[in-house]
Design a protein around this ligand. Structure first.
Ligand SMILES: [Zn+2]
Ligand SMILES: [Zn+2]
Length: 265
């Protein structure tokens, strides 16, 4: 059975179409000075958030929601609730966009009637909008900010926990953020989730050729890893590699490990 068969095909079509949606550079900006003075204490987006054109944000959100509704019709009623609760005041729209990009839980409070919208529906619907907006942000700032002093397991751009890792042919490990697309260097023999660096409590499970899951026996995390030393392609998109390796997720979950990118602690 192909590994792709584990992933809902309608979601793959949705992601393919979503990938075509561009975030034009003239629809958002960031204060260059704040990028330069970033001191590496907090994720970059907290210090230098993107300022998004609120009208563009509303139009973009509507397009993403339409696409979601087309491919996942079951979401329809929930999406309708989010749509009818979007703020109309452009200043509030700006704040909603900023809170979403900063992954700030107060984002939902910018809806007209937050209590009427289930948080999981709000979170899922906007996760796609945020991913595209932050993806554009990361691509732009990556070249102009020095991330070399960042030694933490969370994403230096948005603060999310890593979703995947890439083991380069040089032997260096890079962690990948599924929220903003950032990749940053991280020590090989340390769990990015709990900081455990005791070799006896770390290990890995081989997946299909070129894939493995690094595990931490202390916090029970697993981290899917593309091992480029064995993988036919160098620099493959980790977004798609994640989707292609859902079978490995099931295997690791079955062994009692957790995907910490999706857990609160
Ligand atoms: Zn990130
Ligand atoms: Zn750990």
């Amino acid at each position: 059975m192909a590994r792709d068969n584990f992933f809902p095909p309608q979601l793959i079509t949705f992601y393919r179409e979503l990938e075509k949606m561009a975030v034009p550079e003239d629809k958002w900006q960031v204060e260059e000075a704040k990028l330069k003075t970033w001191n590496g204490k907090e994720p970059l987006v907290k210090e230098a958030p993107p300022e998004i054109d609120p009208e563009f944000f509303l139009a973009f959100t509507a397009k993403v929601f339409d696409l979601l509704q087309k491919h996942l019709p079951d979401l329809g009623p929930g999406l309708e609730l989010v749509k009818t609760n979007l703020p109309e005041n452009l200043e509030e729209v700006k704040r909603l966009a900023q809170a979403l990009c900063q992954r700030d839980p107060i984002a939902i409070t910018w809806l007209k009637d937050p209590a009427s919208v289930p948080p999981d529906v709000f979170g899922f619907a906007f996760s796609h909008v945020t991913r595209l907006l932050l993806g554009a942000y990361t691509r732009k700032v990556r070249g102009s900010v020095n991330f070399s002093s960042w030694e933490r397991g969370e994403c230096p751009v948005c603060g999310a926990k890593p979703l995947l890792a890439r083991l380069k042919r040089t032997g260096e490990r890079f962690l990948y953020c599924g929220v903003c697309g950032m990749e940053w260097r991280f020590v090989r023999v340390t769990c990015p989730f709990c900081g455990n660096d005791s070799p006896g409590e770390l290990g890995f499970w081989e997946g299909a050729e070129g894939y493995r899951a690094d595990v931490c026996y202390r916090c029970r995390a697993y981290l899917k890893t593309v091992d480029e030393r064995k993988h036919p392609e160098e620099g493959a998109s980790l977004f798609w590699e994640d989707i292609k390796t859902v079978a490995l997720d099931f295997a690791m979950l079955g062994k009692g490990f957790q995907n910490k990118a999706f857990t609160a602690s």
